[in-house]
Write a protein that binds this ligand. Structure first.
Ligand code: SF4
Ligand code: SF4
Length: 426
């Protein structure tokens, strides 16, 4: 498939002449409802904070692309971006959160498919994602069935490399398989970029990415304090992915400076009392590329002290071992991601247990996107673990990207918060 990259790139340049004027909101908008709610804290880390960083990264990414760097799109947390960076290419996460392209996606995909897949595909298919437009190659993690089948259609418009994932983390044969897949990916990246990936290159990128993980984690860990230092929305603006990932060192500096600002606010009285006294929740479940649920929870009186989802503590957390063989170190770290596509997925229960304790949460909200069988099925296990082992209130919410059920979801969240405040359910 790779031999197609160059002609596709030329053809695409003709199609994307207006790209620099496209709004960042094309893919990242409508995440929050009530962003300007009266009870919102001073907007130290509001949407504009994130947009500024994304714009900066976007233009830097375009410049590097003009200089010949390849852009590699990914749709899942299992792809080690360290490998892509070590090959001198620019990784970009493409999971989408907007409902807008879904009708276009449904021309090729079934309506009863997870909205994350449909939104991501719709953006790609219609050319409305400015990041996808720049990609030369997609690394497609073969995780859930919906994604695997979607990638077959995506291959009609971009070269797609299927990155096979083992189905279990338990047993050396799965680690060996994952390592094998990393070697195949490394070889592909080297051929695509024309640049060999040395162990030293890889170690350098592992160190950089680890420093970024530490900086993100240090921001998240501000909310282990009681009262919380940041709202869930702020935390999300601060720690979520930023489009093209290239200048990791600059991103670390930005995060450290944001953490210092947040600490200063905490020393000067912190969040307003009506926010500081809210029930502290742990949000778990499907990836939150669409922030609808975060918006509903915080509009209705909760505070998301921590998020376990992909993009949250599940993927921010563990560092890659900086000693020994770098490829094996990547294999060990990435195979351990606690995703329900692994069976069994005991790591997720442990992770939720640890976060609930460290972040002193009062309840757990578990989000399932419609038609995600993996998370939906696992929600029963999570419910039992949270209520029986952690003795915490638990709420499971299943929804899609539409806005039609905001009222209904809000009512359920309010009832849950009342239950927590009354001391029932734990
Ligand atoms: S939830 Fe699983 S499949 Fe989805 S992005 Fe995360 S690791 Fe990948
Ligand atoms: S939310 Fe579920 S169905 Fe959707 S991409 Fe992730 S694992 Fe697949």
């Amino acid at each position: 498939m790779l031999e197609d990259i160059e002609p596709r790139r030329k053809a695409r340049r003709c199609l994307t002449n207006g790209r620099k004027s496209s709004s960042i909101k094309s893919i990242f908008s409508i995440y929050y409802i009530g962003e300007t709610m009266e009870s919102a804290p001073p907007p130290v880390f509001g949407p504009e904070y994130r947009e500024r960083l994304e714009e900066q990264n976007y233009h830097q990414g375009l410049m590097l692309k003009e200089q010949g760097r390849l852009v590699i799109g990914v749709y899942c947390s299992y792809t080690p971006k360290e490998l892509i960076l070590a090959a001198g290419a620019i990784p970009v996460s493409l999971c989408a959160g907007s409902p807008r392209p879904i009708p276009d996606a449904e021309i090729h995909l079934p309506a009863n498919m997870c909205p994350l897949i449909k939104s991501s595909y719709g953006f790609a298919r219609t050319g409305r994602c400015r990041y996808f437009q720049e990609t030369d190659l997609i690394v497609a993690d073969a995780t859930c069935d919906g994604k695997k089948k979607m990638f077959e259609r995506l291959a009609e418009i971009r070269p797609v490399h299927l990155f096979h994932i083992p189905q279990s983390t338990e047993g050396p044969e799965h680690l060996a398989y994952f390592l094998d897949q990393l070697m195949i990916l490394k070889d592909l990246l080297e051929r695509s970029t024309g640049r060999p990936i040395t162990d030293d290159d890889l170690r350098l990128q592992i160190r950089r990415k680890n420093r970024l993980r530490e900086a993100r984690l240090a921001v998240c860990r501000l909310n282990t304090r009681k009262p919380a230092v940041l709202t869930g929305r702020e935390l999300d603006h601060l720690t979520f992915g930023d489009g093209f990932e290239w200048d990791l060192e600059n991103r670390v500096m930005e995060l450290n400076s944001a953490r210092i600002q947040a600490e200063a606010r905490a020393s000067n009285g912190g969040l307003p009392p009506d926010l500081a006294s809210r029930p502290r929740l742990l949000l778990t479940g499907c990836p939150t590329a669409n922030r609808k649920m975060l918006g509903v929870i915080e509009d209705r009186g909760g505070l998301v002290a921590a998020a376990e989802n992909c993009g949250g503590l599940k993927t921010i957390g563990p560092l890659v071992d900086e000693t020994g063989d770098p490829l094996m170190a990547l294999a060990r770290r990435y195979i351990a991601i606690a995703c329900p596509c692994m069976t069994p997925n005991r790591g997720r229960l442990d992770l939720i247990g640890r976060i609930a304790k460290e972040y002193q949460v009062d309840g757990v909200v578990d989000l399932t996107w419609e038609a995600c069988q993996l998370y939906d099925t696992e929600s029963f296990l999570i419910r039992d673990y949270v209520t029986e082992r952690l003795r915490l209130p638990y709420l499971h919410l299943r929804t899609d990207y539409s806005e039609s059920d905001h009222g209904q979801l809000g009512t359920r969240v309010e009832a849950f918060l009342e239950m927590i405040q009354s001391g029932a359910g734990s």
